[in-house]
Ligand binder design. Structure first.
Ligand code: URA
Ligand code: ZN
Length: 389
């Protein structure tokens, strides 16, 4: 019997009810505020305000952010068989350490339950929902508390990874205090999903009101680029070759800048001898969601990953040969995602543009075979998350 090729969404979020309720009680960012809908006297609506310096009007938020039925409806509408759901930003970053620890534990149990009671995937023993858990990454949290959380997530059957932001416990992901966490994560099968929240200094975006365009289109991916680069420079990937790190939004500008990064390292007396490999090598050790909305960008990232993998295997003299750049190879590290429930269509349409564009982008990549595309749509995720139907 032919096995159906599955569509798997690895970048899809939820604000679990417990978390949304917390945001409703808050009087500073991040928060959910209730306000009167403009032009509709007496009718209120909730708004999500999570980005620093965001106007109080924030963004619209509704049941698609917390209701599992809405997630499944969205999946059905777009033919998504299985989703690996993650809590959305800013996670627990803003909480005092004891509350972060308590809430991480409760939310991990909530998410496991959210997945465990989801429908099964037809003709398989799989559920339609799996999840990324949370670690209590907040100021002042101890390495031991992080280790306890890694243990908890690893033991919950429907959690297959953790999602984290770029701030760590205050000093970023290259903080030496996080070393035991990376070690523990590398010893599990958990996939670490690195996702942005803070963007870059808003002064770079000027005074003109461009809505959320600049922080989301540029700030988010630049933040991921910087965090991933700092991780590479810290040697975390040298020390923990088994770490499985998935970068949001295809790693931002990392692929575009990787040769420049390698060159800057090679010319820098502080960093030149620090790493075991040419910086480009590490790009072939990472995983990338395919949330970039364009086939050329997917093809490009795929080429760079292929070449990076080449850097691991090829002799220096062969680095630039055509052989080293086999686009299909890079596709194996790329995975379909939607960023649901963010980026809903502005006007009512049947399917979400953000989803359709990402699927069309995969379909349109020159040089990917049907098998490569099926891998990006779902096969690679099943493999990475150990979800064999
Ligand atoms: N906006 C966010 O705040 N988070 C996302 O993941 C996507 C858009
Ligand atoms: Zn996202």
């Amino acid at each position: 019997m032919a096995v159906k090729r599955l569509l798997v969404d690895v970048h899809t979020h939820v604000y679990l009810p417990r978390y949304a309720n917390l945001l409703r009680t808050r009087t500073s960012v991040p928060r959910i505020v209730e306000r009167e809908r403009p032009g509709a006297q007496g009718v209120t609506e909730e708004r999500l305000v999570i980005l620093e310096d965001e106007p109080i009007s924030g963004r619209p938020i509704g049941s698609q952010y917390w209701d599992r039925t809405e997630k499944l409806k969205f999946m059905d509408l777009h033919g998504i068989d299985l989703s690996i759901v993650s809590s959305a930003n800013p996670w627990l970053d803003f909480l005092p350490a004891p509350s972060a620890c308590e809430l991480a534990s409760a939310l991990n149990t909530d998410l496991d339950e959210y997945c465990a009671s989801a429908p099964t995937l037809a003709d398989t023993a799989l559920r339609r929902l799996y999840g990324f858990g949370l670690l209590p990454l907040a100021l002042g949290v101890t390495p031991n508390a992080l280790l306890d959380a890694v243990k908890q997530v690893a033991a919950l059957p429907h959690l297959r990874g953790i999602i984290l932001g770029t701030r760590g416990i205050g000093s970023g992901l290259d903080d030496e205090l996080l070393e035991p966490m990376w070690e523990a994560l590398a010893e599990t099968d958990l996939v670490v999903f690195l996702h942005p929240h803070y963007g870059v200094d808003k002064k770079a975006f000027g005074e003109r009101d461009n809505g959320h365009v600049l922080p989301l289109a540029l700030g988010f991916p630049f933040e991921t680029t910087i965090a991933a680069t700092r991780l590479i420079l810290s040697g975390v990937l040298d020390r923990h070759p088994n770490l499985r790190l998935l970068l949001a939004h295809s790693g931002g500008a990392l692929a575009q800048l990787s040769s420049r990064l390698a060159s800057c390292i090679a010319h820098d007396p502080v960093a030149a001898t620090r790493l075991e490999h040419d910086a480009r090598h590490y790009l072939g050790r990472l995983y990338y969601d395919a949330v970039v909305y364009g086939c050329e960008e997917l093809g490009f990232v795929s080429d760079v990953i292929s070449r990076s993998t080449g850097y691991a295997n090829l002799k220096a003299s062969a680095k630039d040969s055509a052989e080293a750049v086999d686009r299909a190879f890079g596709s194996k590290r790329m995975l379909f995602g939607t960023d649901h429930p963010f980026f809903p269509p502005l006007s009512e349409t049947e399917k979400w543009k953000s989803v359709v564009e990402n699927l069309e982008a995969i379909e349109g990549v020159q040089g990917w075979s049907e098998g490569d595309k099926a891998g990006v749509r779902g096969g690679n995720a099943l493999e990475l998350f150990g979800l064999k139907p």
